[in-house]
Each structure stands twice: as C-alpha cells, then as structure tokens.
Design a protein around this ligand. Structure first.
Ligand code: BDR
Ligand code: CA
Length: 321
C-alpha cells in the first residue's frame, strides 16, 4: 500500500452527538487519512441545540481546528423527536460534566453549510451520517446538485437482522424513516454500516482505562466516553463499544469491512415493522418477481462482516496519537 502518500479523504459528518458520535468525531479529527471539513447536527440522541453544544465541546477537547459546525433539523420530517437519553445520559454525553464550548456554531443552517462545503471541496466528499437522516434528506431535496461532488455516503443506520429501537428497526432509520428512504434515492454509491457490524467493535477494559487516565484531554475524553458504552452493564472495569466511530474507521480503512451490493428498502408503513431496512439477500428472484410484482429498489453496499479487532486497534492508535 502507498497509503502514506495519498491525499486525505475529504469527509463531512452529520451527527446527533451522542456518546458514540463524539467517539466518531475524535477519531475523524485525529486520523491523518481524513480531512474533516464540516460537521452538521440533527435531533436524535438528544435535542438539536444540545447536539450542537456537545459537538463543539468535543472538537474543542480534541484540540481540533475551527471546523465549521451547523445546527440542522430540530425534528424528523414526520415523526416527533424521540431521544435516546437513557443510553447517552441527560446531556447526551454520558453526564461527564464537560465544559460548555467557547465558540459558536456557524451562522448558517446545516443544509446551507453542507451545500457550501460539499461544493467547495477540491475533491469529492465522503458524507458520513451517524444520525437520523433528516438533514441529508432536506439537503438532497433542496440542493440536488451536491451529488456531483459526493464520492459516496457511508451511513450508520439500519440492520440486516435485528433492530434496537424496535425488534426490527435501528434507531437512526426508525427516528426518521421517510428521510432514510430519501437518502436511498441519492443516486451516489451508498454504504450501509448497520447494527449487524456496529455492535461488534469493542475496546477492551484495560485500553479504556488507559485512555481515561491520559493527560491529553482528547484521549482522556475518548476513554471516559468508551467507559460509558459498556455493552455488559454494571462492570467495574468497563470495556467500550465504538458504535458510530466504527463507520468512520471503515472510511479510513475500508479493507476491514466486508460488504455486498444488495437491494435495500425502508419500511414506511405504520405498524411494528416501520423503520425496518429490508435487505434482499435472496440468491435468485422469487414468486413476487416472477408474477411481475418487482419494485424498483436501490442497490446498497451493505456491511455484512467486520474485522472488529482491526478497527479497535486503529481507533486506539489514532486517538492516542
Ligand atoms: C445509533 O443510534 C444512536 O443511539 C447511536 O448514536 C447510533 O448512531 C445506533 O442505533
Ligand atoms: Ca449517532
């Protein structure tokens, strides 16, 4: 590999910070192969104003340059806001008592910032939504011309197998199913980093402890956030799931992710399957297609397997730089 001579990949993260969104931001600003050009915020894990505050605080703690951050949608297209504070704490950041940020968000809304930064990038941007897809849907419908400078979209959302918000629906898609359906019409390559791989990448307890004791504020924050993401509750020495940060690892190091190009559709019907990502893994057409009932479906690079150890190591090496 000639990786060290390659120009960094321009990326933009759309997030609902959020403990694991914060882990994703800490990684993105420290990985030399990524050029984080903007961050847009959306309601999801917590309310959008809190998301903006959390995002600015994380970037400051990481010692990142003044990357533009904008406030986006304060609720999904149709649904009400349904936060996940039981997972992310009352402040959406694990109630770690973090300081308020010193700087303000951009004086433009998220859709305007996304358009500006995507079109201004000298190379096509990789867009990484780690949140409900409301901002992205609004962007695609307001400024469809942005797709000419989008390399691909790697979104954390959906599930091939089991959901978390419901038995079948993953939180980001469930929170705004219509927006996720709009995303699938983008007409650019899309990778779905769903729950099937999201839950697999875990940093071991000893590493979490070491990070949390670091004298460097960004590294220490990563350790404290990871400790909040113990998949095995009530352990004294917690290990920590990377969550959204794994999607950003997969952009920096695509070789750790196994994907297959498959038809994907979002279930928009009211009822128990609303928000499910229906991934068609059948090896051949079925009776529905044979009887002329085929619908047009977007082909998506769906993550089916992940080298979890590789990404856990990559994460540590990057945030401890
Ligand atoms: C997703 O939901 C949120 O709680 C996480 O930040 C992640 O983006 C997982 O379903
Ligand atoms: Ca998130």
């Amino acid at each position: 590999m000639t990786g060290q001579h390659t120009a960094p990949i321009p990326v933009i993260i759309d997030c609902d910070t959020g403990v694991d969104d914060a882990l994703a931001l800490l990684f993105a600003v420290r990985h030399p192969g990524l050029d984080l050009r903007a961050v847009s915020c959306v309601a999801g894990n917590t309310h959008v104003d809190q998301v903006v505050r959390n995002t600015l605080t994380v970037l400051e703690q990481a010692g990142a340059p003044a990357i533009p951050v904008a406030r986006g949608a304060e609720r999904p297209l149709l649904e009400p806001v349904r936060t996940a504070l039981h997972v992310h704490g009352r402040d959406g950041m694990g109630d770690l008592g973090l300081p308020a940020p010193g700087r303000q968000p951009a004086d433009v809304d998220a859709v305007t910032l996304l358009r500006r930064e995507i079109l201004a990038s000298p190379r096509p941007v990789t867009l990484i939504p780690t949140a409900p897809l409301t901002n992205i849907a609004l962007l695609l419908r307001t400024h469809p011309e942005v797709t000419r400078n989008i390399e691909r979209i790697v979104f954390m959302g959906g599930a091939v197998a089991t959901g978390n918000a419901t038995a079948v629906a993953e939180f980001n898609v469930w929170h705004d199913p219509e927006a996720a359906a709009v995303l699938l019409t983008a007409g650019v390559p899309i990778t779905m980093y769903g729950l099937d791989v999201f839950q697999q990448v875990v940093v071991e307890a000893a590493d979490v402890r070491r990070l949390g004791e670091s004298a460097e504020p960004g590294t220490r924050l990563a350790g404290r956030l990871l400790a909040h993401r113990d998949p095995v509750t009530s352990e004294e020495d917690p290990c920590g799931g990377l969550g959204d940060a794994g999607a950003v690892c997969s952009v920096a190091d695509p070789a750790g992710l196994t994907t297959q190009r498959l038809p994907v559709e979002v279930n928009l019907a009211p009822g128990p399957a609303r928000g499910q990502t229906i991934v068609d893994r059948r090896p051949r057409p079925g009776e529905a297609e044979l009887h002329g009932e085929a619908r047009e479906q977007t082909l998506v690079d769906v993550a089916l397997d992940i080298d979890a150890e590789r990404y856990a190591k990559l994460y540590l090496a990057t945030v401890e730089r």
